[in-house]
Ligand binder design. Structure first.
Ligand code: HEM
Ligand code: 2DC
Length: 469
């Protein structure tokens, strides 16, 4: 017993010591590069304890396959305690993102049908296509106003609006109006709250939010303020739909959006629906917009590739005569570009699961219940997994035979990203419209790295120049 206790103490000290060196290395904003470094030092598997969480880290696709086979019926990832603490604090229900076990599964099954099943794509495409067209029209207007036949800017704010308008139109079947010149200040506030929410989450991966809350730390207060802003805005949108639904009984057969569909289906409680719709709305902004920004950045750095993509889109447009659903099936290189972006610039630095059975990876026994992390960022840059990993080559995704557990940007299996179809469609349509209208250019060839603010973001603004074709 005594020695058990000593081990506990040592392991606490060890965790704290690691936390300290992690902090000194600026590991908080660099966990992706720290992981690359660790795999280089320790090889393809290592155990680590930082602060209060202990995990086994892996990097190889073959090992990812073993991990996901052991995820069980109720796959569970690392709990972001800051997010659950907020909901506990405000007495709000967890949505699908934070639920676990049977409660997660029963909600997820219903949500899958309305959000990620192939049958809803036909409903989403016209809505998302309209937002894409409006974005392009907005850029044309900006170019005209500049009087220089081009527009040079940090597009991130515009992309946040595009992403929120897109996810909003799908969730609510209505436009939020963010592609207009004067936008609702509440919508802008919502966007700002999401960034603040992510930014204030990352330190709380290592310092327990309960403790920060007890001492009234600024980071906790900012985090609460951010989620309050997110929930207030989502509540307003949800109330709005709820009200109009009671007034008119959709007789025109128009697709009413995810929220109304869920309410009419009547299989989840209103509180469960609200919780998950809020998560979808919040999850749908920074993720796709940053991925699109990185994609435009890569296309600006590779003008020849940009022309190749443009040619693919032109052929697809020609042969489908504007049938977008068909067109989306004819742009493999555009899809490859998005995969390539997520390989080099993944939104999620890692995927994690608590394994539900013992597994053997790289000759190590890993006991049931262990938190195992797949270093997604590190895997994307591992030369054994992706030859010449530093090269942006969308064509490497054209051969399906080398994709085995390599395209994991949205996670894997029944717990994968619920917003995946929305995200993919929204991003593909965006690129189609942009490629058909503008050439993307960049001032100087400066390398932009990632910084970790819970999701990976560009460390500095990316300035792009858009010129009409
Ligand atoms: C979960 C990535 C866009 C909503 C996840 C996960 C990843 C991810 C890696 C964890 C999956 C796992 O553990 O296996 C991305 C990327 C995106 C994106 C790369 C865009 C480029 C979106 C969008 C939405 C969304 C647009 C909402 C419309 C969610 C939700 C979950 C999730 C609700 C939790 C699902 C669950 O726990 O059952 N996403 N995401 N994501 N994402 Fe996304
Ligand atoms: C962050 O060590 C690093 O899609 C941690 O749309 C482990 C970890 C756990 C969960 C991951 C998170 C990381 C990154 C952001 C993810 C999240 C699960 C879902 C979330 C990947 C890798 C995200 C961005 C969702 C967010 C929806 C939310 C705003 C309502």
């Amino acid at each position: 017993y005594k020695s058990r206790k000593m081990i506990d103490i040592f392991s606490k000290i060890n965790g704290l010591a690691n936390l300290y060196s992690f902090w000194k290395l600026d590991g908080f904003r660099n966990i992706h590069r720290v992981m690359v470094h660790n795999f280089k030092t320790f090889g393809p598997i290592y155990r680590e304890k930082i602060g209060y969480y202990d995990s086994v880290n892996i990097i190889k696709p073959e090992d990812a396959a073993i991990l996901f086979k052991a995820e069980g019926h109720y796959p569970k990832r690392l709990t972001v305690e800051a997010w659950t603490s907020y909901r506990d604090y405000r007495n709000r229900k967890y949505g699908v993102l934070l639920k676990n076990g049977e409660d997660w599964r029963s909600n997820r099954v219903i949500l899958n049908r309305e959000v990620i099943s192939p049958k809803v794509l036909g409903n989403f495409v016209p809505l998302l296509d309209e937002v894409g067209q409006d974005f392009v029209a907005r850029v044309h207007k900006k170019i005209e106003r500049s009087g220089q036949d081009k527009w040079t800017t940090d597009l991130s704010q515009e992309l946040f609006k595009y992403a929120l308008e897109s996810v909003g139109s799908v969730l609510y079947g209505e436009r939020l109006g963010l592609m207009l010149d004067y936008i609702n200040p509440e919508a802008q506030h919502f966007i700002d709250c999401i960034s603040l929410m992510f930014k204030t989450t990352s330190p709380m991966l290592y310092i327990p939010p309960a403790m920060l809350r007890r001492v009234g730390a600024k980071i906790w207060r900012d985090h609460v303020e951010a989620w309050d802003g997110i929930f207030n805005q989502a509540d307003r949108c949800i109330q709005n739909i709820y009200r109009t639904m009671r007034q008119d009984t959709n007789t025109h057969g128009k697709y009413p959006g995810v929220l109304a569909s869920l309410l009419m289906l009547d299989k989840l409680s209103i509180e469960d629906i609200k919780a998950s719709v809020t998560e979808l709305m919040a999850g749908g902004v920074d993720t796709t917009s940053i991925t699109l920004l990185w994609t435009l950045y890569e296309l600006a750095r590779h003008p020849d590739l940009q022309e190749e993509l443009r040619a693919e889109v032109a052929v697809a447009r020609q042969s489908t005569q504007g049938d977008m659903l068909q067109m989306l099936k004819m742009i493999p290189l555009v899809k490859g570009a998005l995969k390539e972006t997520l390989r080099l610039h993944p939104v999620a630095v890692s995927l994690q699961r608590y394994i539900t059975e013992e597994i053997v990876i790289q000759n190590y026994h890993i006991p049931c219940g262990t938190l195992v992390q797949l270093g997604l960022y590190a895997m994307g840059r591992d030369p054994d997994v992706f030859p010449r990993p530093e090269k942006y080559l969308p064509s490497r995704w054209l051969r399906t035979e080398n994709q085995y557990f390599r395209s994991l940007g949205f996670g894997f299996g029944p717990r994968q990203c619920l917003g995946r179809r929305i995200a993919e469609t929204e991003m593909q349509l965006f690129l189609i419209h942009m490629l058909e209208n503008f050439r993307v250019d960049k001032q100087r060839q400066v390398e932009v790295h990632s910084t970790f603010e819970l999701i990976l973001l560009p460390e500095k603004p990316i300035l792009l120049t858009l010129k009409p074709l």
